[in-house]
Design a protein around this ligand. Structure first.
Ligand code: PMP
Length: 433
């Protein structure tokens, strides 16, 4: 490979950064144009150009693509990539339930009973008994009136926020909130404001300034932040939302099965009454080893979504094997809290061992997600590739998914990992750094 001068290399990196390559906001990259495009060609989209620039930059810098790695087996605490076995820190099957014989048997039985698809929206003939059984189990988890499942976790946030709120309302969210909540807020047409991560004073100030100008207010936070592995102070969030007459929505995607002695999530871990939160949101793609999302809350909320949320009403019902897999996973979560304890022990050990090796773990609290912050996208991609060569699969998170100075490797820790695997991975990371 031709060597680049330092200046050329820096120029290339700068171009790569300013290209916003890998934009995850879902935009099509269309800039306002001075005149109509003469031709209809996808190759002319700025979004496509950005991908090409990123590809060229990676090639010239000699960085192999760390994304879209193919796993050739059931990926859990270990996996196989390119025919080579590795320890896997890159999926959110936190309790190791994907492939559990009981989950697989439940999915198979559902296929035998109902087929692989319900082939219709729930509202018009797509309803199956397994849907309501699952929703009752989810509602019980939050001691809520009811729950509703959607075919994707991302679509759950988009459809729910987009449907419930409108142009006279305000959506306020933590700076680190997941993209799906942002897209939902944009769709709603509500005014959108963010507050610095976990900064309750800033949230309070913001609401004091804005509350009187708007009709309804929604505050959106996560129970466990998916990039940083830290948690919000629920007592503060609840006190503020009550004082300002706002709704509170908590995304439990990474908290279910992880937080609390029985893995019931944020409310159990922080000892709050689950009824204090207006909208509990979660996904079935993590601990529940399935696919889809859910909302739990009071009857009025669920009825409005059931009869009106576009991502529910105009979308097919959850596939029977996926509903059955999630339900079977919930039963295992209820019956085997020792899995949650194992995950928590592993998560704690990972954090302590990483800190002991001088690795920058940011604000992680040592549950299922801990980053190793490297401060450079290129370094993170190179490190991820080097780790894979040494039998460890861990994904880089690079700009613009996080700020450049916060580029990182993100480790997902599972109940399936052993202490030896964690120590070995951290030893190799420390040696590389
Ligand atoms: N919320 C959060 C916090 C997430 O991390 C994710 C994605 N992992 C989603 C929502 C979307 O969920 P899904 O991938 O199941 O669509």
């Amino acid at each position: 490979m031709k060597m680049l001068t330092r200046d050329k290399k820096n120029a290339l990196i700068e171009r790569f950064r300013s290209s916003k390559a890998g934009d995850q906001t879902g935009g099509n990259g269309a800039k306002p144009r001075k005149r109509h495009a003469a031709r209809a060609r996808f190759e002319d989209f700025e979004a496509y150009e950005r991908i090409q620039i990123q590809r060229q930059a990676s090639k010239r810098l000699g960085i192999g693509n760390p994304f879209f790695r193919e796993h050739e087996v059931r990926a859990g605490g270990t996996s196989r990539i390119d025919g080579v076995d590795c320890v896997n820190f890159s999926n959110y099957d936190y309790l190791g339930l994907n492939g559990d014989p009981r989950v697989t048997a439940a999915a198979e039985q559902a296929i035998a009973d109902y087929g692989t698809s319900v082939s219709a929206s729930r509202i018009v003939s797509g309803e199956r008994p397994i849907h309501r059984e699952l929703e009752r189990a989810i509602a019980d988890l939050y001691q809520a009136d009811d729950a509703l499942t959607f075919v994707s976790g991302h679509a759950t946030n988009v459809a729910t926020i987009g449907h419930l709120f409108g142009p006279r309302d305000l959506v306020v969210h933590d700076a680190l909130i997941h993209n799906s909540a942002l897209v939902g807020a944009e769709l709603s047409g509500a005014k959108r404001r963010m507050f610095p991560h976990n900064d309750w004073e800033a949230l309070d100030r913001l609401l004091s300034e804005q509350r009187h100008q708007v009709d309804r207010v929604l505050i959106v936070i996560e129970g466990l932040y998916s990039m940083d592995g830290d948690t919000p102070d629920m007592a503060r969030a609840i006190e503020i939302k009550k004082r300002h007459g706002a709704f509170l929505m908590v995304d439990e995607a990474h908290a279910l099965g992880v937080l609390g002695d029985r893995g019931r999530g944020t409310w159990e871990a922080q000892g709050i009454d689950p009824a204090e939160v207006d909208i509990w949101m979660g996904t079935m793609s993590k601990t529940l080893s399935s696919c889809g999302g859910y909302i739990a809350g009071n009857t009025a909320l669920i009825e409005m979504l059931r009869y009106g949320a576009p991502g529910f009403v105009y979308s097919v019902g959850l596939a029977p094997p996926l509903a059955a897999a999630a339900l079977a996973s919930l039963a295992i979560l209820r019956d085997e809290p020792e899995r949650v304890a194992r995950l928590q022990t592993n998560g704690r050990h990972f954090l302590d061992a990483a800190k002991a090796r001088g690795i920058n773990t940011g604000d992680s609290e040592g549950y299922c997600v801990t980053p190793a912050i490297l401060g450079s996208s290129i370094k993170a991609a190179n490190c991820s590739n080097a780790m894979l060569e040494q039998g460890i699969n861990v994904q880089p998170i690079i700009y613009p998914a996080v700020e450049e100075r916060a580029a990182r490797l993100r480790f997902f820790i599972s109940a399936e990992h052993t202490k030896e695997q964690i120590d070995m991975a951290l030893d190799r990371l420390q040696a590389w750094l």
